[in-house]
Design a binder for this molecule. Structure first.
Ligand code: ADP
Ligand code: MG
Ligand code: MG
Length: 248
């Protein structure tokens, strides 16, 4: 059965409807790409899932249970972690402190025993995912790739069942991209995390995804098995033109 089912989701902003009855599902251990041109409604759908739009219409079923996602806290408590396009890190804090954000009510001041324990735990969380990060530098000194990985370690140090990444590779270097992909695969395979992955890189999408959902103009065009798509077929579905038929 499905880990997540979103049914007939609708969302408007001051009278303008941007989600027009969207169905989206996610299995445990699956990497599910969400693609569509700018403005298609991908981020809005994931913000509904993240509890940011309590006035959405439609149903959300999580592991068979009807849920109402009314605050980010509700979503997080249900194991839904979302990494948005704009990160929510505190640039001045160290990597270790950022990983612990929202986890330790009072981690202790740097130099104290409590802080040493926090740092160790953050490092362990990173190691579990096979991610190496310098724990004691301000996170702003890491570059986008390192910040992205810090976000992932933080999300996974909570009890995450669903991880959403909104255009995670947009600003990454190739080596950072590969590290991100292997991390995603491990989380899905070893922990059964369902991963939603929003990307404009169609080659990545074809290579990485178990399933793909294509959105256009606030609606789902189709959901299919990742291996069944090519860059060309996806590109055509994004714009709504049929593939040219080749003459026999
Ligand atoms: P995508 O992530 O696919 O690029 P978005 O979900 O960001 O698309 O946006 C879908 C549509 O909703 C766009 O037309 C966008 O302008 C609109 N929209 C998104 N967020 C808001 C908001 N907070 N207020 C008003 N309109 C919004
Ligand atoms: Mg956009
Ligand atoms: Mg977006």
């Amino acid at each position: 059965s499905m880990l997540l089912e979103m049914r007939n989701i609708r969302k408007s902003f001051s009278g303008v409807t941007v989600l027009r009855g969207v169905d989206f599902s996610l299995k445990a251990g699956e990497i599910h790409a969400l693609v569509g041109h700018n403005g298609a409604g991908k981020s809005t759908l994931m913000k509904v899932l993240g509890g940011n739009y309590p006035d959405y219409e439609g149903e959300v079923v999580l592991a068979g249970e009807d849920v109402r996602l009314i605050t980010p806290k509700t979503a997080l408590a249900k194991g839904i972690a979302i990494i948005y396009q704009d990160f929510s890190l505190v640039p001045e804090l160290t990597v270790a402190d950022n990983i612990a954000l929202g986890r330790e009510p009072c981690g202790g001041l740097p130099g104290t025993i409590a802080h040493g324990a926090l740092r160790k735990r953050s490092e362990r969380e990173a190691q579990k995912l096979g991610i190496r990060l310098p724990m004691d530098v301000p996170v702003r000194s890491l570059g986008v790739g390192g910040q992205q990985l810090t976000e992932i370690v933080r999300a996974c140090s909570q009890d995450v069942r669903i991880l959403v990444m909104d255009e995670p590779t947009a600003r990454l270097a190739p080596a950072e991209r590969e590290l991100l992909f292997s991390t995603m695969r491990r989380m899905a395979a070893e922990r059964g995390v369902g991963i939603v992955y929003i990307s404009h890189f169609l080659e990545e999408v074809c290579r990485l995804s178990d399933r793909v959902t294509i959105m256009r103009d606030g609606m789902v065009v189709e959901t299919g098995v990742g291996a069944g798509y090519t860059v060309d077929s996806l590109a055509h579905l994004l714009v709504g033109h049929d593939l040219p038929q080749h003459e026999a």
